[in-house]
Design a protein around this ligand. Structure first.
Ligand code: AMP
Ligand code: GLY
Length: 437
């Protein structure tokens, strides 16, 4: 089977690494790819936005599966373009949903209405549009703080403001509705009830009929230790999540995953690919914070190393509508991922700095995110630079191993959290466990 993988981050490197292990693979192409991904596949010199060129490439290389890593191309309708092209239909399967379904991520209002319609637990909300600032302000007056305010559209993870200050909340809503803070993405604003709990990321893969749960992970979104500093794309991940035990994951399966797939079918919305359920555990009950129509980054870098099954076998299950017959087999060990970022991240970053020490890493996987090769030297080329994943027989050992490996890699201005997973170790102490229960 020939595969084209779209993307260039740590998530896509982990996918390329995993796909390359498949006995079903003939050749793997990546676009735009990164220096880590080229160890597993060849760079496809094709502009995916130029449909004629993309069609020619897919036909010439007899590509059977197109895997879309990030949400952008899905929200823009890449799946539709391929599936609706008479020359490609039936030949090429896209792992990732059509544009209509991608609104689960692309529009918070669409996602909230969907959950409401299908009785999927989520925070109560109301949506306001241009001209409704006064209504939104009156709504805030009736709510208790903190206020959760979200721009409806894609805002690169920055469109959510949580504040207890009503004046600030009002200013944020005003800025969104008049288009000054998030452009078109903020012209609809969702105001939500605040959910107090611990977050985790759950994942499934589906052909639209059957679905299989993948391992869950915890992501560390803030830049600094102790969850301080600004929000980022994610600074680390742990899988499995100790508090997401069998009982909790059964609730996720029954109350969230199954009704979501059923709801999509009921609404006549075709869905194939990954679904990321961003959840809040509120006293042992799962609530959906958000859907994403892709895998998480850096969660993928902790989840895929734990997947024993052949990922291409699952993709083939999607292509042939036989996912129900495939198996997801998972390694019980804990995987911990540490992200190394550039100086200045998540703001403006300095790039082009030489990266050293990769060859010293023996006990971990190193996934490339923002790297480039310059005159034979690996250099930094983005915000998040590398993701290091290590296994351990328990959480403590996985953390220690991941940090041992991360400390071997160096570049000027390297930024990384030193406490990935520590909260989960604390939670498992008898006192913490009681608090959790
Ligand atoms: P989102 O972009 O919807 O994932 O929101 C970004 C972050 O805001 C989430 O990861 C949560 O930490 C937080 N958040 C979003 N919605 C809520 C909510 N209703 N209650 C508490 N925290 C929330
Ligand atoms: N790590 C969170 C995300 O991928 O959205």
């Amino acid at each position: 089977m020939n595969v084209l993988l779209i993307g260039s981050g740590g998530r896509e490197h982990a996918m390329a690494w995993k796909i390359a292990q498949s006995s079903l693979l003939d050749s793997l192409w990546v676009v735009p790819g990164n220096p880590g991904m080229v160890r597993h596949g060849r760079i496809a010199e094709v502009d995916i936005n130029d449909h004629k060129a993309l069609r020619r490439f897919l036909l010439e290389k007899s590509i059977r599966i197109v895997v879309v890593g990030p949400e952008g191309p899905l929200v823009e309708g890449l799946h539709d373009r391929i599936a609706d092209d008479p020359q490609l239909a039936g030949q090429v399967t896209v792992i990732g949903p059509r544009k209509e379904a991608a609104q689960l991520e692309g529009s918070k209002d669409f996602a909230k209405e969907f959950m409401f319609r299908h009785n999927i637990p989520t925070a109560a909300h109301r949506t306001f549009v241009k001209g409704q600032l006064q209504d939104a302000v009156e709504h805030l007056e009736r709510m208790s703080s903190p206020y959760v305010i979200k721009a409806d559209g894609l805002a690169a993870g920055k469109g959510v403001v949580i504040t207890s200050d009503r004046k600030e909340a009002t200013a944020v809503i005003k800025g969104m509705l008049d288009g000054s803070s998030f452009g078109a993405a903020g012209e609809r604003v969702v105001i939500e009830q605040f959910l107090n709990g611990v977050e985790l990321s759950a994942f499934l893969i589906t052909d639209g009929e059957a679905f299989k749960m993948l391992p869950a992970a915890k992501d560390y979104k803030r830049l600094g230790d102790g969850d301080s500093g600004p929000n980022t794309g994610g600074m680390g991940a742990v899988s499995p999540v100790p508090f997401a035990d069998k009982e909790f994951m059964q609730k996720v399966h029954d109350r969230i995953a199954a009704p979501t797939i059923r709801g999509l079918r009921k609404d006549g919305i075709a869905y194939s690919g990954f679904l990321f359920m961003g959840l809040m555990n509120v006293n042992g009950e799962p609530y959906v914070i958000e859907y994403n129509v892709r895998m998480g980054d850096p969660e993928t870098e902790a989840v895929l190393p734990r997947l024993r099954s052949d990922l291409l076998d699952l993709f083939e299950g999607i292509a042939t509508g036989t996912l129900s017959e495939r198996h997801v087999d998972v390694d019980d060990r804990t995987a911990v991922t540490i992200v190394m970022a550039s100086e200045g991240y998540p703001g403006k970053v300095v790039t082009g700095r030489a990266i050293g020490g990769l060859e010293l890493v023996r006990e971990a996987y190193v996934f490339h995110a923002g790297t480039a090769e310059k005159d034979g030297q690996l250099v930094t080329a983005g915000g998040r630079v590398l993701a290091v994943t290590a296994f351990g027989k328990d959480l403590e050992q996985a953390i220690a191993s991941a940090y041992r490996s991360a400390s071997l890699i160096d570049f000027e201005g390297k930024v990384m959290r030193t406490d990935i997973g520590h909260d989960l170790v604390r939670m498992r102490t008898p006192k913490g466990a009681q608090q959790q229960a």
